[in-house]
Design a protein around this ligand. Structure first.
Ligand code: FO1
Length: 321
């Protein structure tokens, strides 16, 4: 697979990280840039934690815990256990090795490095060959509105186990957040844009909420492909399905495509949902199905090849000029 120009993938957590691995496998070294949601970031124990950046980084480095999809495989929690004895919060499960990432990131930020620079250093040290970029260096925080009040994202997601019904979502700081020069340049020079199978509301939503990024993503002259995180009416993991339902979206691949509609030229969803193909046709959204459950590296790469192949088809159909 050798598309004519660099590929930019937009990703949130585990689903996004899996397709990023597939894309990195399918593309020539260095051809992939992953722009990652940072609105899930939090500060705990005095440490700056960027869960989605780390999930993408660990997956691309081959270090991630295969069962969870986040964190580091074989990690232990000795430091967290002792922090708990000191009276610190333990609801957010930080592994010992993972903690080194947060310590180093926090140190570099306190020395004046940008999150983009700190991330590049961490990825470089772990041997990640794709470029991993935070969506912004500005602070943006997802706030989830529920009958229990407005919650910080990780309070909703981890501490409350995504149980509260979501009545609204906002991305605090997005209205003034800036695109970094690196993210702007990556999008401007991309030959293909891929929306990974991440939660369209709280993983891709924050990226699209940043005006300077959103404007740049309106590039109809290049193929832009979305991939559904919804299969057979549910999400393989996480609250995407419940959240879409409570916010009034159709809980299906079509519902995801409708959310991303202004930003995509084609949409890939699971073979199981093939009966939706005529509805995509009726709504004028180019679509294709593929096996989209990513359980191992070959299945991640296979999906990536389908996505990139679809992008090439769309590129070749486009009128020249
Ligand atoms: N997810 C959980 O469900 N429980 C946790 O305790 C937890 C800890 C954690 C620590 C580091 C990290 O990088 C990710 C972690 N996650 C945890 C995942 C994270 O909350 C989610 O993947 C994202 O924020 C949603 O995309």
């Amino acid at each position: 697979m050798n598309p004519s120009a660099p590929v930019v993938a937009l990703a949130g957590g585990v689903g996004g990280a899996k397709l990023a691995v597939g894309l990195a496998e399918a593309l020539p070294p260095g051809a992939l840039t992953v722009i990652v949601n940072t609105a899930d970031d939090l500060t705990l124990h005095g440490l700056h934690i960027s869960p989605d950046l780390d999930t993408v980084m660990y997956n691309l480095a081959g270090l991630s815990d295969p069962a969870q999809g986040w964190g580091i495989k074989g990690d232990t929690t000795g430091a967290l256990d002792l922090l708990g004895r000191y009276g610190g919060p333990t609801w957010f499960r930080l592994g010992d090795k993972d903690m080194a990432t947060h310590i180093r990131r926090t140190q570099r930020l306190s020395e004046g490095a940008r999150l983009t620079e700190a991330t590049a250093e961490l990825c470089g040290a772990l041997g990640v060959r794709s470029r991993v970029l935070p969506m912004t260096d500005s602070p943006v925080a997802t706030r989830v509105q529920t009958p229990e009040g407005e919650l910080e994202f990780q309070d909703y997601f981890v501490a409350r186990g995504t149980r509260p019904r979501v009545t609204g979502v906002r991305f605090q700081g997005a209205e003034t957040a800036k695109a970094t020069p690196e993210a702007a340049e990556a999008i401007d020079s991309a030959g293909t844009i891929v929306y990974c199978p991440s939660n369209p509301i709280v993983s891709l939503g924050p990226i699209l909420a940043i005006g300077e990024i959103e404007e740049r993503l309106r590039r109809p002259e290049i193929p832009r492909i979305g991939v559904s995180p919804i299969i057979g009416g549910s999400a393989l993991r996480g609250p995407a399905a419940d959240m879409m339902k409570s916010l009034g979206h159709e809980v299906s691949a079509l519902g995801v495509a409708e959310i991303l509609r202004d930003y995509i030229d084609g949409f890939v969803f699971d073979d199981e949902d093939a009966p939706l193909l005529p509805a995509f046709g009726e709504r004028g959204i180019a679509a294709r199905t593929a096996p989209s459950v990513m359980t191992d590296t070959p299945s991640k790469k296979r999906l990536a090849i389908e996505v990139l192949g679809f992008a090439e088809e769309i590129r070749n159909q486009a009128p020249a000029g």
